[in-house]
Ligand binder design. Sequence first.
Ligand SMILES: Cc1ncc(COP(=O)(O)O)c(C=O)c1O
Length: 457
Amino acid sequence: MTLSPVNSTRTSVLPLEMEREYPILISGYGAEVIDAEGRRYLDAMSGGSMAATLGHGRNDLIEVARNQAKRISYLNNEWLTNPWAEDLARELIEVAPEGLGRARFVTGGAEANELAIRTARTYHVSRGDIQRWQIISPAQSYHGPTMETLALTGRPGLHGAFGPYLPKHLYIPPSTTRFDETGKEALDALDDALEEAGPETVSLFFCEPISAAALPAYSPPNLFWEGLAERREQYGFLIGFDEVVTGVGRTGDWFAANRLPIVPDIIATAKGLGAGYAAIGATLCQNQIYETIARKSESFSLGHTWDAAPLSCAVGLAVIETLHAEGLVEHVAYRGPRLKNELETALIKTDMVREVRGHGFLLGVEYADPRDGFSLLPRELGVAGRIDAAAERNGLLVLSTQPTGDGYAGDQSLFAPPFTTSEDELAKMIERFAASVAEVAAEVDAQLDNRPEKSSP
Ligand SMILES: Cc1ncc(COP(=O)(O)O)c(C=O)c1O
């Protein structure tokens, strides 16, 4: 077994980042993970991707998976169904926002988002509205690495070399407190996009209700959501929410949509549904969307091999039962605001910290140039990466995002621990995170003191 950290010259895996030294993690329990050299880290990112909402090494979920695998692990769902998929759909609908009465299973977030797009298009075509295909979405987002989901973000840096394969969509800029505090400019941009597309051709407005990695824990003001709902009414497009991260409890509600003054037509969710114990996602739609499609078509074709497999659905069902039995969504709702305050208090002394925001156990920290407390930090300082590296040295896993080329987002960190993290672990996470940020901020201050001028965002 390989035990020491590997880089691209010492691995047979094609790594995501060639220059990085990858620590090798071999086990985990609760909110703690252990590397091959025996070092322990607190996992403030729920497995790195925010999926491991119930922590690592849960014997009850492992037992469910083991028993299900022994009974029947896999069946394709094209010609038959199974009790675990049926029960999971019912349970999910029970906790979903009003009217979302049908669910279909896939294996992850990007697939759930793609299914949301197919559902919207099938609905319009079923109604004879065949000209509706275009999608409008906020540019600063992340919806997955498949060509369609990648195209939904308007971030050329993320598109990289794949531009020629990506379908063209319309984007609006984010209404962050930095650019558009009220949400009015985002609505104006939406109006422009609708006009550019021709509103009768628009199928879907697709977005994260509360952003995950792209703008950690940010959600536009109510004015935006209310204006979006009015435009849906006026122009007839659908609204789809990417709740791949926020769904199944992360923000202290079963779905983040419940926190907003708008009910979506379609929701895609994934990570927390399998809680890191199974690869599963789901797309939910409003009853009237299902009924329209059902009236017109005998089938809703195209699926993946592992859709609604007994193994993943049984685990999903056990995850939902655990959330209910342990009152974890309520716990996240109750504990989240205090966690945010504690993080704020720990970071307040650091000038480089501009904002701490979020809901439940999805918190975001935004950094700014300490010389004016507002401008984005110079990109070349690589602050996000340095914070993650400092945290790792201090025994903590967090995830920070680098500034984007278009200036929509600067250096930011996500803080998203498992719902089951103990009080003692939460306190240690905050302490280690604040120490890591302070360490990098002191270096940055020294570097900026030597710089003649503030660089523009
Ligand atoms: C908001 C959001 N949507 C979609 C995805 C893609 O999900 P997956 O990696 O399961 O395909 C992610 C993954 O990080 C995400 O954060």
